[in-house]
Write a protein that binds this ligand. Structure first.
Ligand code: ATP
Length: 679
């Protein structure tokens, strides 16, 4: 408790039991979080606040969590704000009566629209005191802004933002914080500041979703202990609650489902009440890159493993419940079928792809054996050549429309290659060994040529045989192999983890860095000669999840056709911004600056010869101990494709870049843990 004192601020002062959670109270907690970078203290502040919510207004726990993690809904709901700086500036201007020019000048000086808005609002005379905002009210307001569509949606979004801003407190630093200098960007509890930052998609508090999850578990354990009349829970109990919530969330990543169940049944009964369920996509298990087959053999020495073809298509998680299944599940999706039965397809990102693959959904029941009543499948959809009866390159798949596809209009047929099963006939099977899951999978379906197949594999640990499998996979238009642990507890399905029990061996990278990188487009340079009307080169960055920043890693101008450059110019010019975002880490040297900066929106896959140190870029700089002050950079980067199935914060992490750099021969080791999962 002593570390949580925040200069006499009392976040709970105006908040009575049963009353909606005041938004000002949450903002005070945010401001306390902002003052520290210590994860334990951040977690303690959040947990203290969540305990108050549980004690006073438990029905507001869900909106509180949503505002803390900067997400309006689970990913599968497909609700995104996607509001650019210009729209936000317009709303700030119209609410506060300041001109766009003045706001832009402020933004240039301060570099944080949240603070610019707080400053603008504090200069505004207030005629009347607005009704205090509540957490639920703010979330509803934001949801309204996100879901506006159709004619005039831009101006209705601006109107929605204005409504929230007019109701937010007008003091720049927030209630009770008048002494705080907002230009220092720390500690102000201004409602305006946090509303704007939410709209921008970054609260900039160092408040990772994982930390909020841990804080929630601790708050719940403490609340339950207190309710039983005991003072404080033991550290074992706290750890047990944390482990339960983490496991449940990894299998059922939906606060909308988990929170009401947890409040009703208690955290220690959560496992029985919240299990993997069809209709709620889980984050897929991911693989670690390798550079050679011998690296695979070293890692899996003495273990049973299997080598599967690595198909080059789009990851798809297929959820299905037959109409006559004894277990039915409440559907959370508008696209899934009615009250009985369900079929839906989700992307790697948990985005609902059902409208992209109506052909797959229409055929699904014909591949399912009659005794199979429900399942969740992990698979890859791959473009299929009906004449030659073989897999087509990934580029063909990309030509399919993403939305509102009509079965009769489909030109590129797909074949589904299934490689794992996570749920079968009413039961989660993620904890079973891969050998058992593979048996379940092969017994539950009947393959149909060109429509549904099991991923091809060989169970061998012989180097020459693996090499042969690799060559054959490439001949069959695959990218290489996925090598997976087959037996033992280590071979369970690990949702959302980049696991060491799955290794990818890509043909292309065997002698290079081991993998391509997925990088965020941060800026661009105008082209020369023929290319002056488009961008000719781009500045790319990787994502540092600990610092919540994008770190520059290379310039790229190779691998683009003229047509692609035109397309990219049209797309990117829409997200151009005047200044780099405050969470971009980049060189300060004037000659290294791009001509244009962008919002972090687009992710590209990029291939590289190798990684090297460079003073122009900052990727991984803080974890390198070589004293050079240089960052890591890509040599001879080449554009491969756009990755619209990845969000910017799912780009290759700085830690991964550091690891890839270290793995190169002759590179000295660096500090820092080598952890990487896509929580
Ligand atoms: P990552 O998912 O590792 O961040 P990525 O999305 O770029 O990277 P890859 O590096 O190409 O993907 O490798 C993993 C992907 O390979 C999986 O997400 C899946 O879509 C695909 N894949 C194809 N065949 C298989 C298979 N047999 N087992 C698992 N994944 C497979």
């Amino acid at each position: 408790q002593s570390v949580l004192k925040g200069g006499g601020k009392d976040p709970y002062k105006d908040w009575k039991p049963g009353e909606p959670v005041p938004y000002a109270a949450l903002c005070t907690t945010f401001s306390l979080v902002e003052l520290t970078s210590k994860r334990l203290i951040i977690s303690a502040h959040c947990s203290l606040f969540l305990r108050q919510v549980l004690r006073l207004t438990p029905q507001d726990l869900l909106p509180t969590i949503q505002l803390m993690i900067n997400k309006l809904a689970a990913d599968y709901a497909g609700i995104e704000l996607g509001i650019g700086e210009s729209l936000i500036m317009k709303a700030i201007g119209e609410t506060t009566g300041r001109s766009l020019q003045v706001i832009k000048a402020d933004q240039n000086e301060i570099g944080d629209l949240g603070l610019v808005a707080a400053k603008s609002r504090s200069n505004q005379p207030t005629m009347f005191k607005p009704k205090p905002l509540t957490v639920k009210g703010v979330l509803d307001g934001l949801m309204g802004i996100a879901t506006v569509s159709g004619d005039g949606s831009q101006s209705r979004k601006v109107a929605g933002i204005k409504k929230l801003l007019s109701a937010a407190d007008a003091s720049a630093a927030g209630k009770g914080n008048q002494g705080i200098d907002i230009s220092k960007d720390k500690g102000g509890a201004s409602e305006t500041k946090f509303i704007i930052r939410f709209l921008e998609g970054k609260l900039r508090l160092g408040l990772a979703e994982k930390t909020v999850l841990v804080a929630l578990a601790h708050a719940m354990v403490m609340h339950e202990t207190q309710q039983k009349g005991n003072k404080a829970p033991s550290s074992e109990k706290l750890a047990e609650g944390e482990a339960i919530l983490k496991t449940v969330y990894s299998e059922l990543p939906s606060y909308e489902v988990i929170i009401p169940a947890m409040v009703e049944h208690g955290i220690f009964h959560l496992r029985e009440n919240c299990k993997l369920q069809p209709g709620v996509p889980l984050k897929p298990m991911l693989a670690n890159p390798t550079k050679s087959i011998t690296e695979v053999l070293d890692r899996f020495e003495g273990k049973h493993f299997t080598c599967e073809y690595k198909y080059d298509g789009e990851r798809a998680q297929i959820h299905y419940v037959a109409e006559d299944s004894p277990n039915q599940y409440p559907s959370v999706l508008p696209t899934a079928k009615g009250s009985k039965g369900l079929s839906a397809i989700f992307s790697r990102n948990s985005e609902d792809l059902s409208k992209k693959y109506p052909d797959v959904l229409a055929k699904l029941h014909t591949w399912v054996k009659s005794e199979t009543k429900s399942f969740v499948l992990d698979c890859e959809t791959v473009a299929w050549d009906l004449v030659e009866k073989k897999v087509l390159p990934f580029q063909q798949l990309m030509t399919r429309k993403r939305k509102d596809v009509k079965v009769e209009d489909i030109k590129v047929k797909v074949c589904v290659f299934a490689f794992d099963i996570l749920f079968h006939n009413g039961e989660s099977v993620v904890q079973k060994s891969f050998r058992e899951r593979r048996d379940i999978l092969s017994n539950a379906f009947t393959p149909v040529e060109g429509e549904f197949a099991f991923a091809q594999y060989g169970n061998t640990s012989d180097l020459d045989e693996i090499q042969t499998l690799l060559d054959e996979s490439v001949k069959a238009s695959c990218e290489g192999l996925m090598v997976k642990m087959l037996d033992s507890s280590e071979s369970g399905y690990e949702p959302s983890k980049r696991s060491r029990n799955w290794l990818k061996v890509k043909k292309d990278y065997l002698s290079g860095t081991g993998d391509s990188l997925d990088l965020v487009v941060l800026g661009a340079y105008y082209g020369k000669g023929k290319r002056t009307s488009v961008y000719g080169a781009f500045l790319l960055g990787c994502y540092n999840s600990a610092a919540e920043s994008y770190e520059t890693v290379c310039n790229i101008g190779t691998g683009f056709s003229e047509a692609i450059l035109e397309e990219l110019h049209a797309k990117l010019s829409r997200v151009a911004i005047d200044k780099p975002k405050p969470f971009y880490a980049h060189s300060a040297v004037p000659k290294d600056q791009p001509d244009v900066w962008f919002e972090p929106r687009f992710v590209w896959e990029v291939k590289t010869a190798d990684l090297t140190l460079s003073p122009r870029y900052v990727a991984g700089k803080d974890s390198l101990t070589d004293g050079s002050g240089k960052g890591i950079s890509l040599r001879f980067p080449r554009f491969i494709k756009e990755r619209d199935d990845k969000k910017p914060d799912q780009a290759t992490g700085s830690r991964m870049v550091v690891e890839m750099y270290q793995k190169q021969e002759g590179v000295a080791k660096t500090k820092g843990p080598s952890v990487d999962d896509d929580f």
